[in-house]
Unconditional design. Sequence first.
Length: 212
Amino acid sequence: MERKSIKGAVRNKEQTKQKFLAAVGKILKIKGFSGLKVNDIAATAGLDKKLIYNYFGGTDQLIDEYIQSQDFWSNVKSEEVNLNITDGGQALSKAMLLSQFDHVFKNKELQKIILGGLTENRSSLKRLAEKREEEGNLMFEHISDPHFGDKASRFRAIMALLISGIYYLDIYATTNNQTFCGLDVSSKEGRTKIEEAMSFIVEQTYADRKDK
C-alpha cells in the first residue's frame, strides 16, 4: 500500500508540474512575458500558487524549465549529434538546420521566446542564450572546427547567418501574409525552396573546403 501511495504521489506531482508548464505556455502565447505573473500562472493552471514554490522553487525556475522544454538546441538528442561525423559534420549540419526550420515554424511559444530574447531583460532568457552557445560550441569544437581548420570561423559565421535567418523567416511566416523575396515562406513550396537553399549553402561550404 505504501509503495502505491508513493507512486501515486510522484504521478500527481508530475501531473501538477505539467499543468503549471502548460499554463506558462498558454499565457506566453497570448500575453507574452509580461503576463507571466505567479497569480496568473496559478489561476490558469487552476492550482494553488504555493505549489509553484514547492515543485519548482519559484516562478523564475518554472519559467526556466518551460523555456528549456521548448528550445530546439536544448532538446537535441546525443544520438542526433553523433549522426555522422566522418564527413566533418556536413550531414549533421544540414539535418540540424532543417529540423530547426520546421520546429520553430510549428512552435508559436518558441517564437515568443526568441522574440523575448531580443526585447526582454530576463535572466531566464540570458541563461537560455548562454546554454545555446555552450551546446553549439561543443558541436563546433568537436566536429566542424577540426574539419575546417583555419577556416573554422568562416563556417561558424555561415551557420550564424543561417540560424538567424531561420528565426526571422519562421516568425515572419506566421505573422505576415506577405511574401519574402517573392517566396511564400508559409507554404510548402516556398519552405521547400528555403530548405534546398540551406542545404546548397552547407554543401558548397564543405565542397569549397575539399577543393583546398
